[in-house]
Ligand binder design. Structure first.
Ligand code: MG
Length: 384
């Protein structure tokens, strides 16, 4: 009998992936049974479902750090996500992990973010305090499990357990997920290696591109970065090689990213080998995460992160924008709360009018889904 393409993909995985990688045929599967695809593995299918979702398309108009409409060259949530995917795939492939699973997790990793970056998340978290708060990881889980409406037989995207595991970055997220979906009944201390890779790929990506965007915005300079040892080592090494400042910056960023990726691969390979784990179950129960940097790189990274916090994320220019964004979203929330008629029918029609909790949750979901420009438009429409 001829094998389907899916079966051939699964056989190839068995040949090429490590025993501690997640093999797609060993997936815990989907909540709702569906016909299997003849031409795609389950994780390929999940990857495609995420790309075709509404929440994913909205990432194009959501802020990463610098406001979406401020300039055409800053990262948006979407371009940030694409960079994370690329980094995650590279690392997963070298470590003989499931590249497609790492790709799917990376594609979905920021799908739960609000408009206006972390400012939006802080506002909703504050307002939703009595109802469990707001966290973009848990919200991402809710989007793929409940909020996307694309299929006649179920809510959400019905992704495999392993892709949804990618949202469980904190214990609290797991507990909240468990409360709405009993498939998340057994908490493991750590995530699959593919999910660990996607998490660190996110950090490598934003640490690097926030330097680039920070310089572009004029908040930091090549000179001010000299207090960051990891950066100055690389930049000084390259300084004589080119005269053009822009090219020097690009080269330095490229080398920085490469050093972080290769350093991560080197140390993680070593740790995985020493741990002698042979299965995903052992990875999830191991005493610590296995994908990590050595102490030297970790220390260097912490100094870089502190520099970015002090000089980029907390820069008065960014802070001012953040305050405006907070005002926009909190004003919108109270407008909808006092006059739910202003909510669109697809939102207001679903709410039990006697439940304050349902009203809060519906408004929160609606606002969390907004892009920067849609939130601004709604604010101009209903605001003071
Ligand atoms: Mg991210």
């Amino acid at each position: 009998m001829t094998n389907t393409i899916k079966e051939r993909i699964e056989a190839l995985e068995d040949e090429s992936l490590a025993s501690y990688a997640v093999h797609s045929q060993d997936s815990y599967g989907r909540k709702y049974n569906e016909d299997v695809s003849a031409i795609r593995s389950d994780f390929q299918r999940d990857r495609d479902r995420i790309i075709h979702s509404t929440a994913f398309r909205r990432l194009e108009y959501k802020t990463q750090v610098f406001l979406n409409h401020e300039g055409d060259h800053y990262r948006t949530r979407l371009t940030h996500t694409i960079e994370v995917v690329q980094v995650a795939r590279t690392i997963a492939k070298v470590l003989c992990l499931n590249e497609t699973l790492a790709e799917a997790i990376a594609l979905a990793h920021d799908i739960g973010h609000t408009a206006f970056g972390h400012a939006g998340e802080d506002v909703l978290d504050q307002i939703m305090k009595s109802y469990g708060g707001f966290d973009h990881n848990f919200h991402g889980f809710r989007i793929v499990s409940l909020l996307e409406k694309r299929y006649p037989d179920f809510d959400g995207l019905n992704l495999t357990w392993e892709v949804r595991e990618g949202f469980m970055k904190h214990k609290k997220t797991f507990q909240r997920a468990k409360a709405i979906d009993s498939d998340f009944n057994e908490q493991c201390p750590f995530l699959s290696l593919e999910a660990q890779v996607a998490n660190i790929a996110d950090e490598i990506t934003y640490d690097t591109h926030d330097i680039d965007d920070g310089i572009r915005a004029g908040l930091i300079s090549m000179e001010s970065l000299s207090e960051v040892p990891m950066w100055s080592r690389i930049a000084n090494r390259l300084k004589g090689a080119v005269n053009d400042k822009e090219i020097w910056r690009s080269m330095s960023l490229r080398v920085l990213m490469n050093e972080l990726i290769t350093g991560l691969i080197r140390h993680s390979t070593d740790r995985i080998k020493k741990s002698q784990v042979t299965s995903v179950a052992e990875v999830r129960k191991w005493k610590e995460p296995l994908v990590s940097f050595d102490d030297d790189i970790e220390n260097d990274r912490m100094i870089l992160k502190e520099f970015l916090v002090d000089n980029v994320y907390n820069h008065p220019k960014v802070y001012q924008i953040t305050q405006k964004a907070k005002e926009t979203l909190s004003t919108l929330f109270s407008i909808y709360l006092h006059d739910p008629q202003k909510l669109p029918d697809h939102v207001s029609g679903e709410i039990n009018k006697n439940s304050k909790k349902e009203l809060y949750q519906a408004i929160c979901d609606y606002i969390a889904g907004m892009t920067d420009r849609y939130a601004d438009k709604e604010y101009r429409r209903w605001g003071p």
